[in-house]
Design a protein around this ligand. Structure first.
Ligand code: ATP
Length: 604
């Protein structure tokens, strides 16, 4: 009950805050609308009785009142529709802003990688678009139905309290049934969310430009479409089952209330026939019975919808609670510039309790101003080290220290402001080339010189200048953003990689540079050139470099080999080669590939 009250308060807070005028208009309309039905009945009665009694003043009262309502009622309908739609637009802006602030407010990735969280997020997203407005309409609808019920109820009670009580009691079973049906529907909505989410995933996949090549080459269109339809059918089957149940229950209960109303009508007709009322009275009674029946069933339906909408809106409120929690929480301390170094101290980590350990007692130190290269087999945990360093996850055991301070205890945003990074799975945004680089440090959005300098560091400046609209060229063909020339281009894989490097280079003030596989897609010449430029960047920064191409890591101050979640060996290139361990083995294996190629060429 307390939760329901809190949800209602929140919904009204959003609605009244976003569209106060629409809120006031809708309340006025609710009252006027609630009185319209009884007004129409009473003016009709005046008209009929005036005509029967040849009483001109009563006739004119009936005509004026009836005519006035005939004009006002449609007007009310139009104004209320306008107010409702305008409120919807304003509420959507507010809720979208709130919802996405909440999503971005999650400082770690742990929750975002949880499928249950995504199910709730989908419900919250749906609720954000309709729930506050719908809850407001429902409450107003309930108010309107109650006004109609009370006004007609008073009329009927004057005629026969017993029959009136029976008519109202007949609504009770419907009320109970509708509340149960609403709960079942709420549970059904929660059950079908994963199916609709999958269906949306397949739909997005079938429309995704990046997936288009593989879908066509491997002939996956029909296969994905089949899966999409399978999810949709499964979800719809649950909806259909629920709708059928509601149909049976609603039909049975509607018949019951219909029979009761019919009985009540028979009683009143008999009374008028025996001279205990006028024809006009009978009109009012018929109108009252009809209005009571429709208002009561509308009331019941609104109460049921209230329950269903609150279940969905509850997810919105829970998801956005993170905003208020983060406002209430004491601010975490900010991180000072790196002076001594960064240290992983016996760090253990796994992505979920049911998963295997990825890091098993990792101990590693990167002194300030030095460069450390991390190498190791696929799946050894190198990118995981980067994610922990960026504070996306917190170690299960052990500590990561920045100048001796546990990074789990400081503000993640201040940590990230001190890092420049290129991830292995970097993003390719469907923006212009300029914006694609500027996202690396959004303060550079209007600073063309800084963006160009960063592009130069990644050896990309001349390639971007050569594009049809230079740095303003859209790096996509899916959006034109007002450029009717259709000059959007798609960069090559290596060019994208250089662009991702430019993003990292944009943060020239960052204390630490993290490069996760920065050169895997580069041609040899570019790799050499970029290495040369990055080297100067690395000299001025503390850096962590991850690469499978061991010729790119040999200049690092220290090289650490990661294996089975801990450091197997560490030292300079020369030290590790002299030690003849895993690094030396891998280096010689890669070098022998080049030697074979060279000897094949010279023997030709
Ligand atoms: N988000 C995640 N959720 C669950 N498991 C994950 C996640 N990311 C990585 N893993 C698992 O953690 C292990 C280490 O992955 P990681 O990406 O850190 O390896 P890596 O050394 O960077 O590999 P590569 O050289 O192939 O890039 C892998 O077994 C991987 O399946």
């Amino acid at each position: 009950m307390r939760r329901s009250a809190a949800l209602m308060r929140r919904a009204f807070g959003i609605y009244f805050g976003a569209a106060p005028w629409a809120a006031v208009v809708s309340i006025v309309i609710m009252v006027v609308g609630g009185l319209t039905a009884v007004g129409t009945a009473w003016f009709t009665r005046a008209l009929i009785d005036g005509l029967s009694a040849n009483d001109n003043s009563t006739i004119w009262l009936g005509v004026a009142g009836f005519g006035g309502l005939a004009i006002v009622s449609p007007l009310i309908l139009h104004i209320s529709q306008y107010a409702q739609r305008d409120a919807e637009r304003r509420v959507t802006i507010r809720t979208q802003q709130e919802l996405f602030t909440a999503v971005s407010a999650h400082p770690r990735l742990t929750e975002l990688e949880d499928s249950t969280f995504h199910d709730r997020l989908r419900l919250a997203h749906e609720a954000s678009r309709f729930a506050p407005t719908q809850l407001n309409s429902i409450v107003l609808g309930i108010g309107q139905a109650l006004i109609t019920i009370v006004t007609f109820g008073v009329t009927l009670v004057r005629w026969s309290p017993l029959v009136s009580a029976l008519v109202l009691l007949a609504v009770l079973p419907t009320l109970v049934a509708q509340i149960r049906l609403a709960r079942m529907r709420g549970a059904m909505i929660e059950r079908t969310v994963p199916m609709f989410r999958r269906q949306a995933f397949y739909a997005a996949l079938l429309l995704d430009m990046r997936a288009a090549k593989e879908i066509r080459l491997f002939g996956l269109g029909g296969f994905f479409q089949g899966r999409l339809l399978r999810e949709l059918r499964a979800a719809q089957a649950q909806e259909r089952h629920q709708d059928r149940l509601a149909l049976w229950v609603d039909s049975a209960l509607a018949t019951l209330t219909g029979v009761v109303s019919l009985g009540a009508l028979a009683v009143f007709v008999a009374r008028v026939a025996s001279g205990q009322g006028t024809a006009g009275d009978l009109v009012v009674v018929i109108a009252a019975l009809t209005a009571l029946q429709t208002s009561a069933s509308s009331l019941v339906r609104q109460i049921a919808m209230l329950g269903e909408t609150m279940i969905v809106f509850g997810h919105y409120v829970d998801i956005t609670a993170v905003i208020r929690e983060s406002r209430r929480a004491a601010p975490l301390p900010a991180l000072p510039p790196l002076r001594q170094g960064l240290e992983f101290d016996d760090v253990w980590f796994r992505y979920a309790p049911e998963h295997d350990w990825v890091l098993q007692g990792l101990t590693l130190r990167i002194p300030s101003g030095s460069s450390l290269a991390l190498v190791g087999d696929n799946g050894a945990g190198k990118s995981t080290v980067v994610k922990l360093l960026c504070g996306f996850h917190i170690p299960d055991k052990g500590v990561i220290r920045w100048d001796g301070v546990d990074i789990a205890t400081i503000d993640p945003a201040s940590l990230r402001a001190r890092l420049g990074a290129t991830f292995q799975d970097f993003m390719t945004y469907e923006f212009s080339a300029h914006d694609n680089i500027a996202v690396g440090d959004i303060s550079a959005l209007d600073d063309r010189a800084r963006v160009r300098a960063a592009a130069s560091t990644a050896d990309l400046d001349s390639a971007l200048n050569a594009l049809p609209r230079g740095y303003d060229t859209m790096l996509t063909r899916a959006f034109s953003d007002g450029d009717a020339s259709g000059a959007g281009v798609v960069l090559s894989g290596g060019q994208w990689q250089r662009l991702a490097l430019a993003r990292a280079a944009l943060r020239e003030e960052a204390d630490m540079l993290i490069l996760d596989e920065p050169s895997s897609g580069l041609d040899v010449e570019t790799e050499h050139e970029i290495n040369r430029r990055l080297m100067s960047l690395r000299r001025t920064h503390t850096s962590l470099l991850i690469s499978h191409r061991l010729n790119t890591v040999r200049e690092a101050d220290s090289i650490a080999v990661l294996s089975q979640g801990r450091i197997l060996e560490q030292g300079s290139h020369d030290e590790l080669m002299a030690a003849g361990g895993r690094y030396a083995e891998l280096f010689l294996l890669q070098a022998s590939g080049y030697d074979d190629a060279i000897s094949t060429r010279t023997s030709m």
